[in-house]
Design a protein around this ligand. Sequence first.
Ligand code: ADP
Ligand code: MG
Length: 365
Amino acid sequence: MEDDKDKESKCMRRIIACLLLCLLFSLTACTRNKEGSSSGYTSENYMEATSKFFAMDTYITFTAYGKDAEQILNSAQKKVNELESLWSVTDTNSEIYAVNHSAGNYVTLSQETTDLVSFALEMADKTSGALEPTIYPILTAWGFTTDKNHVPSEDEIAKLMQYIGHDKVILSGSQIQIEDGMQLDLGAVGKGYAGDLVVELLKENGITSALLDIGGNIQTVGAKPDGSSWRIGIKDPLEDSNMGMLDIVDKAVITSGGYERYFTSEDGKKYGHIIDPLTGYPAESGLISATIIASEGKVGDALSTSIYVMGVEKATEYWRDNKNFDMILITDDEEIYVTEDIEKQFALSNSHSEMKVNVITDEEN
Ligand code: ADP
Ligand code: MG
């Protein structure tokens, strides 16, 4: 009898100890900050911190590992907010707003904005204008900037096309000038560029493992804390599931697709938010999504938009000429194209195993 009681009370003590440990663990697992939310938990080898917030018109989640990760992520969030206040097209205090309302006068830009504009112009040149940082007046005509979408008349588009053209932007040092009526839109590159600046900030502060999700754009620092690759889902643009998974280390994986933001007109036709700058109409290149894998987020972002405009053939040509990135393209007839170097890191999901994967190689076959 004594033995049984002893056993019982030992057992009770163990249960209470377990409950106390659980309570302690859940207390350390939950911390909060004012603007977003963040959490950190200790494990034997690393500490994880997460920061979630809304900025640049999208949902952002940063996850970083390391001793001071939480505090460093707070600085990262501050950095993104600062960049947004420089680059927003709608914030009347932003530098881009000042440029767009300069009535043809010179405007002085900060270093960050100068770098972003200069990079966007360089990529516009390289992609023969598939990336067009002056597309904003056309976007407005389609109502994408106000969410009051409608199909503009051919006349309206033709009239606005005179204001489109990156070659008319004069950037001299930190001074910029655009013609009255022209407007810049850095929406196709800004998030990738911001991601690069956050990656830089994290690395400078000693973070060697982090995952940034900026509205579905993924940027990573190093590998996972256990040294394995990050496994990134590639979305099926037609349904709410992953069509494949990609293993990467220290790379950006950035996707553009017409499906992300579009409207349906009265006659039932869908119009996406990525414009073909040659026509002024939403791009219809045969692609429904373009994912770029690159070392830098800005390259991935600029290319995801412009490769989407180009379509498979021109994108293949561009890749063969440049090679500083990999890509996964999905066509409207549900075929996948992947560049040869990324093929081994990419696997179709079980639900999509019937899809045809075409490999884009260096040489024409
Ligand atoms: P998202 O920002 O939705 O992730 P993108 O990086 O592809 O996707 O950027 C699309 C945005 O870029 C559009 O919403 C618009 O503001 C702008 N844009 C649309 N077409 C072009 C284009 N051809 N060149 C540059 N920017 C564009
Ligand atoms: Mg882009």
